[in-house]
Ligand binder design. Sequence first.
Ligand SMILES: [Zn+2]
Length: 150
Amino acid sequence: MFKWFGKVNYTPYTKVDGFAQHLRDGRLMASRCKDCGAVSFPPRADCEACMSGDFEFMEVSGKGRLHTFTRIVAAPTGFEDVAPYVVGVVDLEEGGKALAWFGESFEEEDIEIGMELQIVPRIFEELEEIKVYYSLERPGTTWTKVGPGS
Ligand SMILES: [Zn+2]
């Protein structure tokens, strides 16, 4: 299911492919090493601390602070139609960093390094095939979680 993740995906197969399924269900997941407990976001199957390949998913709040951001004018392949757009890197409360687009709850002039943010799972609703991503929103922004089995 990892092919669901992102607008353009060059990684159709990965051991952390459940990440995309959880995003579809409205949950943002990190990985936690079953051997040493190290937490990683984005999730990775192989632990950077102890090299173990034994991991489990762990839901994270998505809360964090803006580390840096930039405006993309010359977009990479597949994103030309949406440029210019703004992306940011967030230091997550639970550890790890997330790179994501800014969502509709921000105007570009309101963006400041160090500000509090909330990562929100999203589905590209204009696309027929399932495509999931996440965006940076103001703290307290809510989203709809899909119930089990739907
Ligand atoms: Zn480990």
